[in-house]
Design a protein. Structure first.
Length: 479
């Protein structure tokens, strides 16, 4: 029953724009298979941007062994938080971020929405740069050719929507496993005996380890903002453990693989350029194989750019709907995805050449802003309400969740403030991080403070079944 396909689904619908947006997915439109979450998140994370995370350790003086250990532990830790969000999609039938209205209020949810939109735009900028570098090195052309092409491709993919994105991700998974399986084996054999080229240490081993760990964890946690977007069409009675497991296996598996490969390449080749690393190692295995690997990577980046654009559209429409309720139309969706593509294109064209240090700081910033949100959201879902929500009131600012919820907002802000002394970035270092030699453990503080504050304040106020005439998740949907 869990893996049933709706009878109306077919390949022809892959090219037809999705009709749903931020609204509730009714039972008769639920479809998809649980295992689809695995390849979706595997391909979604198997991109050059993920490889770049592995380069961070060697670039700050961390040896290969410690770099691999840091990215593996960080990726596995961060993926845990994003994976447990996956169960919310089938149960609530809603995109990920609009669910935050239950914790922050219908309008108050715009606070985390703002940070999330920044995440989507930022990742697409870096993905655009990396994909364009790969295409230029293998096919030719420059930013003024490839940036617009990539922007248009991501916009089209996002506009068609959910089913097409899922299909593309599944197709890419087999191709990525085949090409990068050969690349990984060939890279290790080719460079195993090469002398390490790790940069001079910028701090203690412990400090560098925590820096890489935090970057890997933050990178994975950043996916939490749209996990339910791609599980919300599954049947409401889908096995929670299977949904979470397939999501975790796909996202963690690709992250561990690619980040570790990045750490290995970064410790053997004197370059922090992911495209150069792939070309050198791939062509060393077989003439032209490096170019093939880069092209396949570019295809994966285009798909992920579509995923990010789709998520940015849902979050933006959710924010607009909070102040001006309306039924999302195809015209509105098209306008938003085109606007997202235009902003990404403009920022990418203005980005400096040296982006690796900036990317590391960007990942940390994402961790800072997303950790308090994920703590509040998960505590509310699993500990306070236990999955029981009044779906209709999520779209009604006069409902049980109100316009502004001080409990969620205060918990979020206080968690973020508590993290500040533990921040350690290229542009700011808090006093606690300074005393610890630059080590950054702010994510632990944010999770504990925001989660605990929300549990204490909301636990005494919000019943497991919210008031409102006895309405339940299954009986209420947006008209």
């Amino acid at each position: 029953m869990h893996d049933q396909q709706a009878p109306r689904r077919g390949l022809t619908l892959l090219t037809a724009p999705e009709t749903r947006s931020i609204d509730y997915i009714p039972a008769d439109e639920r479809h998809g298979k649980l295992w689809h979450q695995g390849p979706f998140w595997f391909s979604g994370n198997f991109v050059l941007t993920t490889l770049v995370i592995g380069f961070i350790g060697p670039s700050i003086g961390l040896g290969l062994g410690w770099s691999v250990t840091a990215v593996v532990l960080g990726a596995c830790f961060g993926t845990l938080f994003m994976a447990v969000h996956a169960n919310q999609g089938p149960r609530m039938g809603l995109p990920q971020m609009i669910q935050s209205r239950a914790q922050f209020g219908v309008r108050g949810a715009v606070v985390p929405f703002t940070a999330v939109i920044f995440v989507y735009l930022g990742f697409n900028v870096f993905n655009t740069v990396l994909a364009a570098q790969g295409l230029a090195r293998t096919i030719g052309g420059g930013p003024w050719l490839w940036y617009p092409v990539l922007a248009v491709a991501s916009v089209v993919l996002a506009f068609v929507g959910h089913d097409l994105i899922h299909f593309v991700q599944r197709v890419l998974t087999g191709l990525l496993v085949l090409v990068f399986g050969m690349l990984t084996v060939g890279t290790v054999v080719q460079w195993w005996d090469a002398a390490p080229v790790v940069a001079p240490a910028t701090g203690s081993t412990w400090t560098s380890f925590l820096t890489v760990f935090a970057a890997a964890a933050g990178y994975q946690i950043s996916y939490a903002v749209y996990v339910s977007d791609y599980s919300r069409y599954l049947p409401a009675d889908a096995d929670p453990r299977a949904v979470i497991w397939w999501t975790y296996a796909g996202a963690a598996g690709s992250a561990v693989w690619l980040m570790s490969l990045g750490a290995f390449v970064g410790s053997r080749i004197p370059s922090d350029d992911a495209v150069t690393g792939l070309l050198r190692t791939g062509n060393g295995i077989m003439s032209g194989f490096g170019s093939l690997a880069v092209l396949v990577s570019a295809l994966a980046l285009i798909s992920v750019m579509g995923v990010n654009t789709y998520g940015a559209m849902l979050t933006t429409v959710s924010a607009v709907d909070a102040f001006r309720p309306n039924r999302p139309t195809s015209r509105l969706r098209a306008a938003v995805v085109m606007s997202v593509g235009a902003v990404v294109l403009a920022v990418a064209l203005s980005l400096p050449d040296d982006y690796l240090a900036g990317f590391s700081s960007f990942v940390l910033l994402m961790l800072y802003f997303l950790v308090p949100w994920t703590a509040v959201n998960l505590v509310d879902y699993y500990a306070i309400r236990k999955g029981q929500y009044v779906i209709g009131d999520i779209f009604d600012d006069r409902g049980v969740y109100g316009r502004w919820s001080w409990r969620g907002l205060v918990s979020y802000v206080m968690g973020l403030v508590a993290m500040v002394p533990f921040f350690s970035t290229t542009f700011f270092r808090g006093p606690v991080a300074e005393a610890m030699g630059g080590a950054d453990i702010s994510f632990v503080v944010g999770l504990l403070v925001s989660g605990a504050l929300y549990a204490v304040s909301a636990g005494k106020h919000d019943a497991t079944s919210p008031p409102g005439g006895g309405r339940t998740l299954k009986s209420v949907g947006r008209p």
